[in-house]
Design a protein around this ligand. Sequence first.
Ligand code: ADP
Ligand code: X15
Length: 402
Amino acid sequence: MKTTSDLGDLRGKRVLVRSDLNVPLDGSTITDDGRIRASAPTIKGLADAGARVIVCAHLGRPKGAPESKYSLAPVAKRLAEVLSTEVVFADDTVGDDAKAKAAALEDGQVLLLENLRFNAGETAKSDEERAGFAGELASLADVFVSDGFGVVHRKQASVYDVARLLPHATGDLVSTEVDVLRRLTKDPERPYAVVLGGAKVSDKLGVIGNLLGTADRLLIGGGMVFTFLAAQGHEVGKSLLEADQIDTVKGYLDRAEKEGVEIVLPVDVVAADAFSADAAHEVVAADAIPADRMGLDIGPESSALFADKLADCRTVFWNGPMGAFEMEPYAAGTKALAEALVDITSRGALTVVGGGDSAAAVRQLGFADSDFGHISTGGGASLEYLEGKELPGLTVLEEGDA
Ligand SMILES: Nc1ncnc2c1ncn2[C@@H]1O[C@H](COP(=O)(O)OP(=O)(O)O)[C@@H](O)[C@H]1O
Ligand SMILES: O=C(OP(=O)(O)O)[C@H](O)COP(=O)(O)O
């Protein structure tokens, strides 16, 4: 894969950079700017080289049309602060404003385009539709730099198709992330555990099949728990549930038993009567969630069990908070898990925390990035890399220029 230094003299060239700036927001306040800080060095490096830098990114999951709550405007402001330079912001992605601002860029200036996912072509299933949008993006620039590690598992216009239209290179963030994850796939020191939680349940249930072949232990927390509990025949009340995946999960449980992989499930959960910080809540046994309650965190016995299962691990990958940590009553499980990881890191284990919300969680709960082996900007992307899947955003970079 080519790096940015293989692109030659970039002075005066328009460089389109795909970054992952999908940060958590509370209204228009960014609650964790980790992905902005992680993306800044590549952008700065290109601007310092005299390039006219056009950054494109997504925020959240809008449905192919503008929605003000998903605007990247607050991100442009923060990016300017992190870069200590002006960041011009375009009100659209490939429309008149973007075209005019891209054309007016001077050497070393940075432009951020509005949310890519305001355009249906970005995430379209149809190759033609995506290629059409990618063509419009590509027409803004001379070269493309792929630096959004958190999205390399997505076959989307700005990740995949645009690289087939422009001379391209891999950004430093993507290179660094892949280097670290490669260490986890090439003969990890054992015991090797993968901890899964979070809310993107349907995405992440799919990776378990392949992880059963590589990890020694799988610890399941967060919103992932309830499809497992349901597969064991338990009532999960109003908790997050992927009902159509219950049979798949039953298959995982059978396979894990046959292959000697330990799947560790919570034994207790914090069950609330609404998805809210001031909802009535109590700790209940995992197999006795009342029908009118939802599980929003793992309970204290589960936290102790998980810490015990991690204590002798030499390699751990963790993606997905153990609970709805943004609300104080449901943050304890995530905090306890982070503490267990910090402990084994200090004893020489390799620990990797991946995912936008997971990284935000550990920082919000008071941990430093240096408490862990590596904090990855990609959750789903890391998981798919670890299960050995081909990631479209990386494969296309290996194909070479069009
Ligand atoms: N039991 C649960 N029920 C509902 N949401 C949950 C639960 N546990 C965790 N979450 C939510 O999961 C979200 C993060 O999920 P996800 O996007 O999959 O993680 P990441 O960004 O780290 O990959 C958090 O916003 C958190 O509130
Ligand atoms: O937040 C992200 O992924 P993650 O939650 O798996 O870390 C990326 O920005 C990808 O977003 P997407 O899962 O909406 O494609």
